[in-house]
Design a binder for this molecule. Sequence first.
Ligand code: GUN
Length: 289
Amino acid sequence: MSATVLDGKSLAQEIRAEIADQVAEFTRKGGAVPCLAAVLVGEDPGSQVYVRNKEKACKKAGMRSLLHLLPTETTTGELLDLVARLNADRSVHGILVQLPLPRQIDETRVLDAVDPLKDVDAFHPENVGRIVQGRPRYLPCTPHGIRELLLRNRIPVAGQNVTVIGRSDIVGKPMAIMLMQRSEGANATVTVCHSRTKDLPAVTRQADILVVAIGKPKFVTAGMVKPGAVVIDVGINRTNQGLVGDVDFESVKEVAGQITPVPGGVGPLTIAMLLHNTLAAARLQAGGA
Ligand code: GUN
C-alpha cells in the first residue's frame, strides 16, 4: 500500500495565514511592524531563490523585509560591520545571514556576532544552549517546521523511536535535541546517524519516525525503512532530474506509512517558521514575552 503524503505546502499556508493575523493584531495594538533583514553574500543560485522566497513571504504576512546583497569577495570584517549596523537598528527585529557563506568568511565569528534577540535562525550559541536546556528563545526554522508537521498531523512522538540521519548544526543536531526534550511533541527515543554509523540500514529500520537531512539525493531506499514508518525528507538536491530529496520517494512510499514530498514537504514549513520567529523577535524587542 502506498504511504499518505504529508502536504507541507498547504500546512505552511495555514501557518502563514495564522501568523499574518497575529502580525495584524500586534501592530493594531501599537507593536512595530516586524522586520527581517536577510543578508546574502555571493551569487549561489539556490540561496538567491531561498532569500527571495523569504522576502515575499514576509511581505505577504504584513512584515517588512530588507535584503542586503553583498559581493562574493566580501571580507569577514565587512560582514561583521553590516551585522553590527543591523544589531543597532531598532527597526530591525530579525537578522538572517544566509548560509553557506563564501570560503574566506569566518562563519562562526559572523553568526556569533548576531544579537541573540535578533537571531531568528537560532544559530547563536546562547540560543543553542537554551534549546539544549529546554528553555528555547527561538527554535531553528527547519526542525521547528518538522515539529509543527508532526504535531498538526497528530503523529505520535512520545516514546517513539526517532532516527535522525545527519548531524548538521542547522537540522540534524537541533532536531535530535528538540525531539528528546520533556515537552509537547517530543519525549522521543532519539538516535542520530551519520557518516561513521555502522550498518546504517539496520539502525534506520528501527525507526518509527525517520528524519533524513544529509544532502545526498535519493540516499534512503525502501530497504532502510520500517514498514509503516513516518519518513521526513529534509533534502533539497538540484540534480539533472530536477529537485530531489534525500529519500528515494518512489520506492520508499511503498513501504512508509506517511512521507513528505520534495518539493512541497519540509521546505515551505521552514519559511513559515522563519516568519513565526520574526514575529516572536518583534514581540521580545517590544518588551513582551
Ligand atoms: N541555508 C540553508 N538553510 C538555512 C537556514 O535555515 N538558515 C540560513 N540562514 N541559511 C540556510
